[in-house]
Design a protein around this ligand. Structure first.
Ligand code: ADP
Ligand code: MG
Length: 541
């Protein structure tokens, strides 16, 4: 379907891709993963022809069409919905515009008539007459009702816009659909819709994403960009992650018999397939990942940070008690009458329809801000470590990373360089890396420093506002595992479905009319009709 041959890409001295050879075949969905800056977006731009490689080539099978999901949600703001979808077939759209312009001429000549006649023939050959109907039926399949078709894009809410843009990308039934981080900035409901849509879409999809739940729901293959190469694996993200970890462990076990290793791999595949069979999506993609075998398991070269949260001492039974808490921001009630009693070991996913609510709640219970009403009380044996969503204030000095971390050490022993370097090393800052100035760090590096600080604190309560922001997949995975294994209490807020589902045992939603507080998993919370009704009630005035 799509063949990449000897592809090399270099920006200045920096080599992004070095002689990459790979193939994308019909009907598969490829999830492209790799560290920040490894070249994922560049790769998509090259296969879609937006930019040229330094050398090598990309060839799409003859007669096949490719389309790209627009990342810019505002690019079509001035166009009506139906027209936006039709622009998905650009040559046809341009032709129609040319025709409209001819007819709009005040001095329509005989020549114009001849020209128009020729264009109409072309128009017909391109399926122009049925295009509008096709666009309309496509819109209804992505959930946009007829009465919205002539509304301008700028008048749609964010969720509907994304659906129209997907309609645009799907217009004319492309053989290959390309998407760069499509779930960014979407809410759980819209992501769920997109997951379902792509899992049942039968043509080839190539998608870059950091969203593990999304990758698992849609992918049949993982393409991993690492050190200028691209390695392809069969299976979804979880299969890639767990099987490559297992393969790496086995490689280290020299005494173990080959036969036993083989059994272990077979058992792994059996369990994985059983889980896929149990999962919700029933699609052709799912059937593909049920058919994996031992040959599909390969160790990967990835290095994961070592995130481990230990507690200096365990907390007693009193953790946190919150009463009548409310917060008004810019005249708007963000939450009201929030009452919570945390139990030891709770892993709470804190959520709200208002993006600022969780952050406001953390600011209050960490003493950085005041509530408008109510009070809170921490148990006397608790110690808290907070990962704020914004960390710029922590990085205003020009201290090197070792000295930066030393500011937060409590004892002489903790202040020693070996200790500090130990925590930095866990987040993969080693050697000279640990001596660079903290004000030159990238977004992801700053979060890694904040995690070193958090580990060093050895608190028994962790407060975490958007753990996956700026982090690459390796760090997200390690952070996620660390919270699953942590024995203390956690309150966190996230846009990452997998994080929410695998860490939380309790869901607390704070609303302008009180709280919803349930001991259940995040999926159970999303699926419950009772809770859907309750949410509607609590968010209406
Ligand atoms: N046109 C360009 N000129 C020079 N460097 C570029 C250009 N485009 C991207 N880069 C660099 O190439 C690297 C890969 O970028 P990108 O493909 O956006 O990474 P990813 O999507 O994997 O995060 C980055 O270091 C980026 O700064
Ligand atoms: Mg990118």
């Amino acid at each position: 379907m799509l063949t990449v041959s000897n592809l090399s890409v270099q920006f200045g001295k920096r080599v992004l891709f070095d002689e990459v050879n790979t193939k994308f075949t019909q009907g598969n969905c490829y999830g492209i993963i790799g560290a920040n800056g490894s070249g994922k977006s560049t790769f998509l731009k090259i296969i879609s022809g937006e930019i040229d490689p330094t050398s090598g080539s990309v060839s799409l099978e003859k007669g096949k069409r490719m389309s790209v999901l627009s990342q810019d949600h505002f690019a079509f703001d001035e166009f009506p919905v139906l027209e936006t979808v039709m622009m998905g077939n650009r040559p046809l759209f341009d032709l129609k515009k040319e025709l409209d312009a001819i007819y709009a001429k005040p001095d329509f000549s005989e020549e114009d008539g001849v020209k128009a006649g020729e264009l109409w023939v072309e128009f017909e050959e391109m399926g122009g007459w049925t295009a509008e109907n096709e666009a309309a039926s496509l819109l209804s399949s992505v959930g946009i009702k007829d009465d919205m078709h002539y509304v301008l894009m700028k008048d749609l809410d964010g969720k509907s816009k994304v659906r129209v843009l997907i309609g645009q990308a799907l217009f004319g039934n492309p053989d290959v659909l390309i998407m760069d981080e499509p779930t960014n900035d979407l809410d759980f409901e819209t992501i769920g819709w997109l997951e379902h849509f792509l899992a049942t879409f039968e043509n080839t999809v190539i998608v870059v994403s950091h969203d593990r739940h999304f990758l698992d729901a849609v992918c049949t293959n993982i393409s991993d960009i690492d050190f200028g190469k691209m390695n392809q694996y069969s299976g979804n993200y979880t299969f890639w992650y767990e099987s490559s970890q297992l393969a790496a462990r086995q490689r280290a076990q020299q005494n173990k018999k080959a036969e036993d290793k083989k059994k272990e791999l077979e058992e792994f595949i059996r369990r994985f397939s059983a889980n896929v069979a149990k999962s919700k999506q029933a699609t052709s993609r799912k059937k593909m990942i049920e058919k994996l075998n031992i040959a599909d398991i390969k160790p990967s070269s990835r290095r994961y940070p070592a995130i481990i949260f230990e507690q200096e001492r365990q907390a007693g039974d009193q953790i946190l008690h919150v009463e009548h808490l409310s917060k008004i921001i810019d005249g708007e009630v963000i939450f009201k009458d929030v009452a919570i009693n945390l139990a030891k070991g709770d892993k709470v996913m804190l959520l709200s329809k208002y993006s600022r609510a969780a952050t406001a709640f953390y600011e209050i219970i960490t003493g950085t801000d005041h509530p408008d009403t109510g009070d809170y009380k921490w148990g006397v044996t608790t110690t808290q470590a907070y990962l704020p969503i914004e960390n710029a204030d922590y990085f205003k000095s020009n201290l090197n990373l070792v000295d930066w971390l030393r500011q937060y050490a409590k004892t002489e022993l903790e202040k020693e360089e070996v200790n500090l370097r130990g925590f930095l090393g866990k987040m993969i800052f080693s050697g000279d890396e640990a001596l660079k100035s903290c004000n030159v760090l990238s977004g992801g590096e700053k979060v890694r420093c904040m995690l070193s600080r958090m580990m060093m604190k050895r608190a028994n309560v962790l407060l975490i506002d958007e753990p996956t922001n700026h982090l690459d997949l390796e760090s997200i995975q390690a952070f996620n595992n660390a919270l699953k294994n942590f024995k203390g209490t956690v309150i966190f807020s996230t846009h990452d479905h997998e994080f929410a589902q695998t860490v939380a045992n309790r869901i607390i939603e704070i609303t302008p009319n009180g709280v919803i507080d349930r001991y259940m998993t995040f999926d159970e919370y999303l699926d419950s009709n009772k809770i859907k009704e309750l949410r509607k009630k609590l968010y209406s005035n």
